[in-house]
Design a protein around this ligand. Structure first.
Ligand code: WT7
Length: 654
């Protein structure tokens, strides 16, 4: 039976992608993992595998139980005592590696700082002592609302050092989002800055904190970094300048001995509709998971210069800018600004300047670069790069190929990493020295991760489309939704009892590779066929004129739902003439007539969340000419107007 015949009435798999990329011989020869035994070993003894990974960290006291699983609640390394900041800093300094660079920081205006592990340990210790002076004790929650400056990482590590869970709120969020999160988390203090730089202009943060704190009774203190020098209001007795308090503190602060299952942080997922969920992560298992995946997925070596071009305010930044890389003693780049400031070659300038060897970013950024064209990358020396990563959404095969060709110069393996805020760590990904990659596939589960694809009855789908599930606990998994166990159980564990349901559709091909197909809530039902958004969008992006696409289902008398597509053209293409009809034909040809969009609308932009995810809910509203629902998580509200006033839809006339 072919994959397309295997219908189940789950999600149909239509897209065929046959290009294969084996790891380059030289890369494989020196890779950390280049033989497949690791998968079998981990599968044969999952707890043993993770215990071995955990043993690479420094524990104050050993655990007595590797895993205590009372579904859906896991305890990893129970009885163990550990401190995350100690593992990220002290142990490297103690091993004589204090002069290694932890961060090459580059501010958006072009100011720079080089921070060694020894510097970072001292800064973190001073900040930890300052927090204590402000009355923060072990167990108190601290909210962090900052630009991408080194003090953001320092603040997180200082919290971890004294056992105060942090909740980082992305600096682009509004004062209302900030106060909601502060109140849900019962935070006692806020660490912020006067402002940050965004596309050349200072944008205020302290002003939003002042506004948010009108409605947050639990906040006692506000610690403020001076970054932009802009004017700020000041509340005596509550507000304290970082430069008045932190630098004068003693440069050592003994790390708290935390329980493995003590809370390390809360991170709120924006969610597209409902109230944000406070995703709860704990200490020993989380650090084990992120250190292990960072080391093996990115093949980290001592001489690497690693750059995750994401914001620390997202889980990518928590796990793969701060905790994973520092636990591994890596050297990283930290960049404050956007890819297009002052011009579209800013990233490539940074790669050249710091001789970046590993770049990790999101498909939305890759497609934005693709839209501008390769000439910006071509004016820079990118020969230092040896590995590329992608995260955040399904990467369309054409974007994957563009990334591999123009950025990786056909020399670098590409690791497409599937995971979530909730999973804490990478779950499905190639191992770059071992896995033969297929553009658009996240390939196979990481060693020690037991994933599967189920049909609606919870039976495994051998090949074909269905619901992605994780069948066994993993160390960095969320431990709950803060303050709402009922919602935790309902959201993740009720659909297939005993199995974690991430909410994504996926298909498995004949080689056992996983192809993520988007959120199951976005699946469209056209004439009884359940179609994935991802495949149709990838088919559109495979046309040479298209830079980015989003599709949604809208009600249709004849077919139940019809596919409505929004298309962003490449910068040098003009959308006149018959391009709409041509694109519809193209999709029909690439994946079949059933998937042909009924309408194609050319648009200058798409509504996205701040982390770059397309808000299909708003696109459905636009496609049906309805008033918009909740737009609070929308990154740029002008986008919707721009779409509405852009060219008319070309609709089905056949
Ligand atoms: C959702 C999680 C993981 C850190 C950033 C996003 C989608 C993420 C991939 C990928 C296909 C992906 C999924 C997932 N997603 N990575 N490589 N391929 N889809 O974290 O905001 O919690 O979002 O992003 O739909 O469930 P997040």
């Amino acid at each position: 039976m072919t994959e397309t015949e295997n219908k189940h009435d789950e999600i149909e798999a239509l897209l065929a992608e046959n290009r294969l990329f084996a790891p380059p011989t030289e890369f494989a020869a020196s890779a950390r993992v280049n033989s497949p035994e690791i998968y079998a070993e981990a599968a044969a003894d999952l707890e043993g595998f993770w215990a071995k990974e955990a043993a690479q960290l420094d524990w104050f006291e050993p655990w007595h139980t590797v895993l205590d699983w009372q579904a859906p609640y896991a305890k990893w390394f129970d009885g163990g005592k550990i401190n995350v900041s100690y593992n990220c800093l002290d142990r490297h300094v103690a091993a004589g590696r204090g002069d290694r660079v932890a961060f090459y920081w580059e501010g958006e205006p072009g100011d720079t700082r080089i921070i060694t592990y020894k510097d970072l340990l001292e800064d973190v210790s001073r900040c930890a002592n300052a927090l204590k002076e402000l009355g923060i004790q072990r167990g108190d929650v601290v909210a962090i609302y900052m630009p991408m400056i080194p003090e953001l990482a320092v603040a997180m590590l200082a919290c971890a050092r004294i056992g105060a869970p942090h909740t980082v709120v992305f600096g682009g969020f509004s004062s209302a989002s900030l106060s909601d999160r502060i109140n849900d988390a019962h935070a006692k203090a806020v660490i912020t800055a006067d402002g940050g730089f965004r596309r050349g202009a200072p944008s205020g943060l302290k002003v939003n904190v002042d506004e948010a704190l009108q409605t947050t009774p639990t906040i006692e203190k506000v610690l403020v970094v001076k970054r932009t020098g802009q004017d700020v209001d000041w509340v005596e007795g509550r507000d304290v300048w970082w430069h008045d308090l932190v630098p004068s503190q003693p440069a050592d602060c003994p790390p708290e001995h935390m329980e493995s299952e003590d809370m390390l942080y809360l991170l709120y997922t924006s969610g597209t509709t409902a109230k944000p969920k406070g995703i709860l992560h704990t200490t020993g298992g989380y650090l084990t998971g992120v250190a292990s995946t960072h080391r093996l997925v990115f093949d980290i070596k001592d001489d690497d210069v690693y750059w995750a071009a994401a914001d620390i305010g997202w889980v990518t930044g928590h796990s793969y800018i701060v905790y994973g890389p520092l636990a591994n003693g890596s050297t990283s780049v930290l960049y404050e600004g956007t890819p297009d400031y002052p011009a579209w070659d800013r990233w490539w300038d940074i790669v050249e300047k710091y001789k970046v060897t590993i770049l990790y970013c999101a498909p939305t950024a890759i497609r934005a670069h693709m839209k501008q064209g390769p000439q910006f990358a071509q004016t820079h020396d990118l020969s230092s790069l040896r590995l590329l990563g992608s995260v955040g959404e399904p990467i369309n095969p054409e974007a994957w190929i563009w990334y591999q060709k123009y950025i990786g110069q056909e020399r670098c393996p590409v690791v497409d990493t599937w995971w979530q805020t909730e999973t804490g760590m990478i779950m499905i990904s190639p191992l770059p020295g071992l896995t033969v990659t297929k553009p658009g596939s996240a390939t196979t589960p990481f060693p020690g991760i037991d994933a599967d694809i189920f049909d609606h009855n919870g039976d495994p789908v051998e090949t074909g489309g269905g619901y992605l599930v994780i069948k066994k606990p993993w160390p960095a998994m969320l431990r709950g939704i803060y303050g709402d166990p009922e919602r935790y159980e309902r959201t993740y564990w009720a659909r297939f009892p005993g199995n974690y349901f991430p909410g994504d559709g996926a298909r498995r091909d004949v080689d056992g590779y996983y192809w993520l197909m988007g959120r199951v809530d976005d699946v469209m039902n056209v004439s009884g066929h359940r179609l994935s958004t991802t495949e149709i969008e990838s088919a559109l992006v495979s046309h040479p004129a298209v830079a980015e696409a989003a599709v949604v289902g809208i009600p249709d008398d004849l077919t139940g739902e019809a596919i409505f597509s929004f298309v962003i053209l490449k910068a040098d293409v003009d959308g006149n003439g018959d391009l709409g009809a041509e694109l519809r034909q193209h999709v029909g040809k690439v994946i079949g007539p059933i998937a042909r969009p009924k309408s194609v609308m050319f648009t200058p932009d798409l509504p996205k969340t701040r982390s770059g995810k397309i808000m299909r809910r708003l696109l459905r509203d636009i496609a049906q000419n309805r008033p918009l629902g909740d737009t609070t998580t929308l990154a740029d509200t002008s986008v919707v107007e721009a779409i509405r006033s852009s060219s008319a839809a070309a609709s089905d006339d056949e």
